[in-house]
Design a protein around this ligand. Structure first.
Ligand code: F6P
Length: 342
C-alpha cells in the first residue's frame, strides 16, 4: 500500500515516535511505501510530500517536535481546499492517510473520511482533552515538566514566604493543572471545570500562611473566576479553527491574591516549555503503540476510526466519538487534589 502520514495542530513530545512506528510497521512488516505529508493538512494543499524510509526515521524516537512539521491549517473552511486534498491524495496514489492530531486535525480527518478518504486518526495533545481515549501522548511529558517546575518553585517560595502562581496550558480543560498539581503538591488548583471564588481562595491561603509561610497555586490557562464568561487571552486574533490564544490568567490571579491577602505573590507562566523537548518513556511507548496500531487499522480497513488507549489496551473508536466535545477533567482526580489544598 501507499500510506500517507501527517502531524497537525500544536506539536507535542511523542509525535516522532508515531512517525517512526508507522514507517517501521508499514515498511518493515507489510512492505508498504510511506509518504510523509509536510505541515499537517497544509502539505496536501501545497503538495509538499516526502517519502519516509527506514533511514529517514532512524534516531528520531527521543526527539521532541515532529520531523514532518505541523500547522493549524483548516481546509474545512473552504470546499475548494477539501477538493484539493482529495486531488493531491489521488495524484500521489495514496491509499490511506494516518492523521495524527488533536480534535481540530481529527475533525478534518472525519470530514474527509465521510467524503471518501480512507483515513485513520491518532490522538495527540499535551492537553489530554480528546474523548474516546484515556490518555494522549504528550500529556505525560507536559505533566513531568510542570511537576519539576513546581518542585523548583517550592524552594524559592518557601525562602521568600511568597505565594507562587504557576500558569499552565490545557486550553479549556484542566488535566495538566490537576495532574501536575497533584504530583507537585499544589495548595490550590484552578481549572476551567470549576470556576473559582477569589475571596474563598484568599481566605484559604491566609489561613495556610499562619501555619506555613508559602503557597503554590496552579492555574490552568482556561480557568475563570465565578461569574466571568470571558477567558483571559494573549491576543484577540483567532486561529483557523476559531481558537483564541489563551494566557495571562496567572497574572490576573496573582495580582488579586497579593492585593487581598497582603502576601507577596509572584507568577510563572510555563508556556511552550511544556510542549518542547524530549518525550518521557511513557509517551514514547504510547506513541509507538498508537503508530503500530494505526498501520494495523489501515490494513484491516478500519477507516473513520481513531486508535485509542482504554485501560491498558489499545483499541479503535469511531472518530465521531473523539471529536464531538473536549474531554473534561475526571472530577475524581480534582476531588482528590482538594484533600491537599490549604
Ligand atoms: O493544544 C495544545 C496547546 O499547547 C494548548 O494547551 C494551548 O492553548 C495551545 O496549544 C497553544 O496554541 P498555539 O501553539 O497555536 O499557540
Amino acid at each position: 500500500m501507499r500510506i500517507g502520514v501527517l502531524t497537525g495542530g500544536g506539536d507535542c513530545p511523542g509525535l516522532n515516535a508515531v512517525i517512526r512506528a508507522v514507517t517501521r510497521t508499514a515498511v518493515g512488516r507489510y512492505g508498504d511505501t510511506v509518504v510523509g505529508i509536510r505541515n499537517g493538512w497544509k502539505g496536501l494543499l501545497e503538495d509538499t510530500l516526502e517519502e519516509l524510509d527506514l533511514r529517514r526515521v532512524s534516531g528520531i524516537l527521543p526527539r521532541g517536535g515532529t520531523i514532518l512539521g505541523t500547522s493549524r491549517t483548516n481546509p474545512l473552511k473552504d470546499k475548494a481546499q477539501m477538493a484539493k486534498i482529495h486531488e493531491t491524495v489521488k495524484k500521489h496514489e495514496i491509499e490511506a492517510v494516518i492523521a495524527t492530531g488533536g480534535d481540530d486535525t481529527l475533525s478534518v480527518c472525519l470530514a474527509l473520511n465521510k467524503e471518501g478518504l480512507q483515513a485513520v486518526g491518532v490522538p495527540k495533545t499535551i492537553d489530554n482533552d480528546i474523548c474516546g481515549t484515556d490518555y494522549t501522548f504528550g500529556f505525560n511529558t507536559a505533566v513531568h515538566i510542570v511537576t519539576e517546575a513546581i518542585d523548583r518553585l517550592h524552594t524559592t517560595a518557601e525562602s521568600h514566604h511568597r505565594i507562587m502562581v504557576v500558569e499552565v496550558m490545557g486550553r479549556h480543560t484542566g488535566w495538566i493543572a490537576v495532574m501536575s498539581g497533584l504530583a507537585g503538591g499544589a495548595d490550590a488548583i484552578l481549572i476551567p471545570e470549576v470556576p473559582y471564588d477569589v475571596d474563598e481562595l484568599c481566605n484559604r491561603l491566609k489561613k495556610r500562611h499562619k501555619r506555613k509561610s508559602f503557597s503554590i497555586v496552579v492555574v490552568a490557562e482556561g480557568a475563570r473566576e465565578k461569574g466571568q464568561d470571558q477567558f483571559i487571552v494573549q491576543s484577540n486574533k483567532v486561529d483557523e479553527f476559531g481558537h483564541a490564544r489563551l494566557g495571562g490568567i496567572g497574572s490576573v490571579v496573582a495580582q488579586k491574591l497579593e492585593e487581598r491577602t497582603g502576601i507577596q505573590t509572584r507568577v510563572t507562566m510555563l508556556g511552550y516549555i511544556q510542549r518542547g523537548g524530549t518525550p518521557t518513556a511513557y509517551d514514547r511507548i504510547l506513541g509507538t503503540r498508537f503508530g503500530v496500531a494505526a498501520v494495523e487499522a489501515v490494513h484491516d480497513s478500519q477507516f473513520g476510526k481513531m486508535v485509542a488507549l482504554r485501560g491498558e489496551q489499545i483499541t479503535l473508536v469511531p472518530l465521531e466519538e473523539a471529536v464531538h466535545q473536549p474531554k473534561k477533567v475526571d472530577m475524581e482526580f480534582y476531588r482528590m487534589a482538594e484533600v491537599f489544598f490549604g
